[in-house]
Structure formats: C-alpha cells, structure tokens
Design a protein around this ligand. Structure first.
Ligand SMILES: [Zn+2]
Length: 280
C-alpha cells in the first residue's frame, strides 16, 4: 500500500445545479470517493452493511464513503445492489492519529456505576440508530460556516484518548472553542432527530441531513430544537456549554456518513480550514 500523501487531494464533485467540493481522504476516519459504473439510474451501494451516499448525475456516479477509524489499510469493497449486483473494490491507506491525555476529577465520567452504564448503553443504542438513518435528498457536501462563529480548533478528530491514564474510544468528532452560552447553529439543512441530555455527551442535538449524512452537537447548556423540526443552514440549535464529560465549555461536533464518524474538517471550505489552522 502506497503511504497516504501528507497533502490531501481535493476533488470537485460537480452536480447539475451546484458545485460541491469535499476533501477526499481515503484513510481510516476519512472519506473515499469511488467511481461507479455508468448507469441511467442512481446506483444503490452499501459498505459494511450500511447504505452509502451516491453523488452525481446520470450516467456518472460516485459513492461517497465514510471509513471507520479502526479500519486497517488495504482493499475495501462496496456492494452494489442495483442496477447491477457486484462488488466494487477500492484501496484505503492508514492515517496515524496522535494521543491525547485528559484528567477528569469526576471519576464517574471514567468508571461509571452499573446503573450509569445501563443508561449509557441505552443512549448509545439510540445514538447509533440515529446515525444509521438513510433517507431524504442528497445533502450539500461542503460546509461554508461553522456551528460556532469566531472560533478555533480545540481538539482534532481521531485523537487516541486516555482519561486518567485509561484508554477509551478515540475522539469521534472535532472540538471547537466556544464560550458558555454561545449560539450553536447547524452548518447544513436537516431534520432534528434528537435533542436532549445524554450521560457522556451532555446536552445533545443530532441532525439528519439526508442520505446517511448526520451531525451531532454535544455539551450544550441549552437546547432550542425538538425532534422532527426541519432546519435551514444557519438555524440555531442551542447554546454551547460544558455538560456531560467535558473539562470546560466547548462544542463537540461529529459528522457521520454511512453510520461512520468521519473528520468534519474534510467537509469544510478552504476559508474555514484556514481559519482553524488545518493543513490543506
Ligand atoms: Zn469532542
């Protein structure tokens, strides 16, 4: 496997009405764009058992595939169900993410009690079901404004996390610096599917943008939306805070494709990547 180049190649996906761009990074935690065989109808494909977003217009289509953080480098396969039935291979490389060590004074946030674990598992099941949603229209694939304005990167996506020395799940979103009470908005249009307090995530909103693209906003001090609400890009979701497992006020922001948490930075416009000091 060729090592993944340090500079990420940008690929433009041109739709009939709007130009859409995202950064294609076919690595663990990244996004692959896989050309599909020409077809007059939109192909239906899945990856690891989950339906995958297909972009383009007849007869040219691309699958936009989220790749799990724990996937090793190698040859992956898309399963096309229609109009053809076939397996489509695509290569992925390996990206090594740095470690982050965090000290928490509330030990119940590191080693929850059995009762707290029951709640955590119930909430994770619900969260998982929301991330697995797949319907609606093809969403925009480029983000032109951040969920909190005038911000900077706090913690990057994919960090291997150690809480009080114990390794836990890697960082599945990116953290933006935010003031307590600062307005949080949705960067893309969508439908609210969850809006309430969760154990680790604190005040949480999940938004379904369509075709398996789902976002989540955590540690909110206040939630302004309810499940079922349709939101335009830029609509307020709530207020930033430090509820749940957080060492201080910030916004945790996750983006998910085909039920896989990917680096939200890959969807950001060049201006926003520059603002956050991200290598491009
Ligand atoms: Zn976070």
């Amino acid at each position: 496997m060729r090592p993944y180049p340090g500079r990420l190649a940008a690929l433009c996906l041109i739709g009939s009405l709007q130009a859409q761009a995202l950064i294609v990074a076919p690595v663990n935690g990244g996004i692959a764009a896989v050309a599909l065989p020409d077809s007059d109808s939109r192909p239906q494909v899945s990856y690891l058992g989950h339906p995958v977003l297909v972009s383009g217009q007849a007869p040219h289509w691309r699958a936009i595939v989220g790749i799990p953080l724990d996937r090793p480098a190698g040859i992956e396969h898309l399963d096309e169900m229609a109009p053809l039935t076939q397996s489509i291979p695509f290569p992925i490389g390996h990206k090594a993410y740095p470690e982050q060590h965090i000290t928490l004074s509330d030990h119940h946030m590191v080693d929850p009690t059995p009762a707290q674990l029951t709640r955590i598992h119930r909430e994770l099941t619900e969260e998982k079901a929301d991330f697995a949603l797949f319907d609606g229209q093809q969403p925009p694939l480029r983000i032109d404004h951040l969920p909190v304005t005038a911000t900077a990167l706090d913690s990057a996506f994919g960090l291997r996390r150690f809480f009080n020395g114990e390794e836990r799940a890697p960082h599945s979103g990116l953290d933006l610096k935010a003031r307590e009470g600062q307005m949080v908005t949705t960067p893309l249009p969508g439908r609210v599917v969850l809006g309430r307090e969760l154990y680790f995530n604190g005040g949480t909103v999940i938004v379904d943008h369509g075709q398996g693209l789902v976002s989540m906003y955590c540690h909110l001090s206040h939630i302004d939306v309810q499940p079922g609400e349709m939101l335009a890009a830029g609509a307020e979701l709530g207020r930033a805070g430090h509820s749940g497992r957080a060492t201080g006020p910030h916004l945790h922001w996750s983006m998910s494709l085909n039920d896989v948490r990917i680096d939200p930075a890959l969807l950001l416009s060049d201006d926003l990547r520059r603002q956050l000091g991200l290598d491009h």
